[in-house]
Each structure stands twice: as C-alpha cells, then as structure tokens.
Design a protein around this ligand. Structure first.
Ligand code: NAP
Ligand code: HSE
Length: 422
C-alpha cells in the first residue's frame, strides 16, 4: 500500500470537503486505489474558527506544509494569486507534488508553475480548477487525445448559472440569488469574479492550454458579466423561447483562437438549455468524434473535493502522470467579432415616437428586428422597456447603434445587449 501524507494550504469549503471524503471513503478508497491517503495538517489564517478538525492540526506557518518532512503532497485550496503562487513554487522546490483547485493562479502563472514542476520533476494536478466535479481536463487530455478540438461551448461558472436559474425559477433579484450561492459554498471569496466573467475566463485560459495547446492570457479574453441582467430579461427571454446562460466559447479560426465569456440567450432545445443551478456543461466539437458533451456539478464542497481527490490518487499511483502544458506549441489569440442574432433591451422614456426612433436607428445600422415587445406600463413613472430580437447583425454595428440610441436622449437607463446562441 502506498502511503501519502497530505498538507493542505487552506481549509475552507473545498479543503473541508476533502477531509469529509477522506473520512467517509477511508478504507474503501485504500482498497480501490492501493493508496493510504492521510491528512497531516492545514495552513489557515485564523486558528480560532470552528472547524471539523482539532486545533493541533492547524498552522499559521506555511513552512509546516510546504517544507515539512512529514508532508508528502501539498494540496493548495486557499485561492487567490499570492501567497498561493509562492507556496506552490516552494512546495515544488522542496520536492513535493502539488494538487490545486486554483484557476486564478493557474491563469496568471500557469506557465511558471508548470515549468517549476518540470524542473523539480514533481507533478502538479489541477483537475478541480475547471468545472469542479466534471473530470473534464483529464477527458480532453487523454480520452480526446486523438481529437483536433475545433470548438468548445460551455457553462464554466456554477455561481452565475445558479444566480440566473434562481432569477428564472424563483423570480429572485441578483443580490438575493448571489447570497444563496455564497451560503452554498459555490462562490469565490470575492463573488465579483463569478459575476463579471473573470472566473470563467480563468478556466478558459486553462482549457485553451489543454484543448488547443494555446498559451492564452486572461486579458485576451473578451468578458461580459451578468450584473446587468434583470428578472424582466429572464422572463422575456423565456417568452421568446430562450433561457439566459453564462456561456464561454473557444473557437479555432484560421487566424488563431477566439475566446469569449458572456451571457447569452440559449434556445430551450440547445444542449446547454437545461443546465441549471451550479451545474456546468461543456460541448466539445472535434474533427474526429464530432460533438461530445460533459455535464456535472461545477462548484460546491464535495464535487470539487472529489476532483481534488482524483488528482491525489492519480499522482500517488502514477507519480509521472501529468496533463501536458506546453506554451511553446501556441497559436495566436484573436478577436473575431463576427455576426450573431441579438436580444436588446432598451429602457425607453414613455413619450410619443421614441420607440419608432429606436427602431429607425437600428435599421440605419442594418439591424433588422424579428420580434419586439414593449412594456411601458411596467417601468417607473414615464419609462419602460422595449425588448427586441434581431436577425444576425455585426457586433460592431450593434455597438454603434446602441451608442447612437444612448446619445439621442430617448433612454432612461443603460441598454442591454445579449447574443443569441444558435
Ligand atoms: P474558502 O472557503 O474561502 O477557503 C479558503 C481557505 O484558505 C480558508 O481556510 C482560509 O483560511 C485559507 N486561506 C486563504 N488565504 C490564506 C492565507 N493568505 N494564509 C493562510 N490561509 C489562507 O475557499 P474555497 O471555496 O474552499 O476555494 C478554495 C480554492 O478552490 C479557490 O482557488 C477556488 O477558486 C477553488 N475552487 C472552489 C470551488 C468551490 O465550489 N468553492 C470549486 C472549484 C474550485 P481561514 O479559514 O482561516 O479563513
Ligand atoms: N466559484 C466557482 C463557480 C467555483 O461558481 O464556478 C468553481 O470553480
């Protein structure tokens, strides 16, 4: 039986989930994997917090984890960039394999960390960093190794999907739904990262590396968040036959890779349409197999801990195992605006002729309306919303038209534009 003594950097939602899985799985896990995995101690910020373990198993001193002789493997579940980056590098330099769930540090410093891993001859496992409990990275890196991946479309952030689902199903406003996601341990320590698309973009950097062998930078990914979406948008989208989802798209184009994160109207009949709450799903299109769909819980204590534990077991059994991360084999990241159908919400002033004026401006920018719905009585005094769906239109034309509409003093607030996923 191989023995592996774990030192944890962090003992919050994911770290505590890992201890629960080890407690529950114990002997069965030993039998199935041939590995005896033991928790030694965890680094935390505050040893006085109530925890599932006794205080003697906690430390405030990083060296007790990353450089301690009684720790065989380091599990980084503290989050953030620093000190996570430095501690991962110190653990590798001390000859310890590392497992991390931290997409933010990998998106910012993945190449440095993987180079340090190679130099030290010690692997870094990061399955839990993308889509929580879905074994997605391993599936792409091994199961789909023969595939030339052409496109990925997915829901990569559980919190924003949970928030939009609760707005849709319970009529909650954004703030109340975010609070629920935090209570359930789904959100990042700073939930802005979930809501503004940053967390999904961190994951897309990692997916670009694993699926497309492309060293994308976080700042190359076009990002739009869900903060501007209201219960009205969710309701009207439903009436038009769509559900609003936080999507991430990676497309291989002749000139490079196009990477985007934004909310979109998804038809009920699309594979991502029924993916609700904290569930994630990723549709992979490859040259050989065509479409492959991965689905599961993308966030939460036990699903994420299960992915962390799968890496731990893999690295105990196969110490040389690693997911390739080779920035040398790279293609450029490009911005490819292209055409799309759009949902537009214009919070118009309730005055004669203003709806017609908005329609005229859209027409002047070659944007053709397929459906329209005006709800002026529902707004505050003298205002309301005009919602339209358009035929496929150029992204730049939509931006220019909205700019002109904003400048023509017919709106009472900011307009919203969302792409429609076909
Ligand atoms: P969390 O609940 O906020 O826990 C973070 C833990 O790290 C806490 O125990 C905290 O100590 C400790 N910590 C943070 N900064 C520290 C510092 N500077 N020094 C010492 N200890 C520090 O976070 P989490 O939800 O478990 O997430 C951990 C990581 O997993 C993040 O990278 C996150 O993105 C990733 N992840 C999370 C999920 C999820 O569903 N939650 C899913 C996938 C990936 P205290 O307890 O003393 O505050
Ligand atoms: N906050 C993240 C999410 C955790 O909601 O998807 C999983 O990475």
């Amino acid at each position: 039986l191989k023995r592996c003594r774990l030192g944890l950097l962090g003992l919050g939602t994911v770290g505590t989930g890992l201890l629960r899985l080890l407690d529950r799985g114990g002997e069965g896990l030993c039998e199935r994997t041939g590995a005896r995995i033991e928790f030694v101690r965890a680094l935390v910020r505050d040893t006085g917090k109530p925890r599932a373990v006794e205080a003697s198993k906690l430390t405030l001193e990083p060296a007790d984890i990353v450089e301690s002789s009684d720790v065989d493997m380091v599990v980084e579940v503290m989050g953030g960039i620093e000190p996570a980056r430095s501690l991962i590098l110190r653990a590798l330099a001390a000859g310890k394999p590392v497992v991390t769930a931290n997409k933010a540090v990998l998106a910012a410093h993945g190449a440095e960390i993987l180079a340090a891993s190679q130099a030290a001859g010690k692997p870094v496992g990061f399955e839990a960093s993308v889509c929580g409990g879905i074994p997605l990275l391993r599936a792409i890196a091994t199961g789909l190794v023969a595939e030339e991946v052409e496109e990925l479309v997915g829901i990569l952030n559980g919190t924003s999907n949970f928030v939009l689902t609760r707005m849709y199903q319970d009529g909650l406003d954004l703030g109340a739904a975010v609070g629920m996601a935090q209570e359930r341990g789904l959100a990042e320590a700073d939930p802005t990262l979930d809501l503004d698309g940053s967390d999904a973009a961190h994951k897309l950097v990692i997916l670009a590396e694993v699926a497309f062998h492309t060293a994308a930078r976080f700042d190359q990914i076009e990002r739009e968040g869900i903060a501007g979406i209201t219960p009205t948008d969710v309701k009207v989208a439903d009436e038009f036959g769509y559900v609003i989802k936080p999507v991430a798209v990676a497309r291989k184009l002749p000139e490079g890779l196009d990477l985007r994160v934004h909310p979109a109207l998804v038809p009920f009949t699309h594979a991502l349409g029924p993916v609700s709450d904290e569930y994630n799903a990723v549709l992979v299109r490859g040259h050989a197999t065509g479409e492959t769909l991965f689905y599961g819980r993308g966030a939460g204590s036990l699903p994420t801990a299960a992915a962390v534990l799968s890496d731990i077991v893999e690295l105990v059994r196969h110490p040389d195992w690693r997911i390739p991360w080779d920035p040398a084999k790279s293609r450029p990241v490009v911005r490819a605006p292209g055409k799309s159908r759009y949902y537009l919400r214009l919070p118009v002033l309730d005055r004669p002729g203003l709806i017609g004026k908005a329609g005229t401006i859209l027409g002047e920018h070659d944007i053709s309306i397929t459906h329209a719905e005006a709800r002026l009585a529902e707004g505050g005094e003298g205002t309301g919303n005009l919602m339209v769906l358009t035929h496929a239109a150029e992204e730049e034309a939509v931006e220019r038209a909205l700019g002109e509409i904003v400048g023509s003093a017919i709106l009472a607030g900011d307009p919203l534009s969302l792409r429609i996923l076909e």
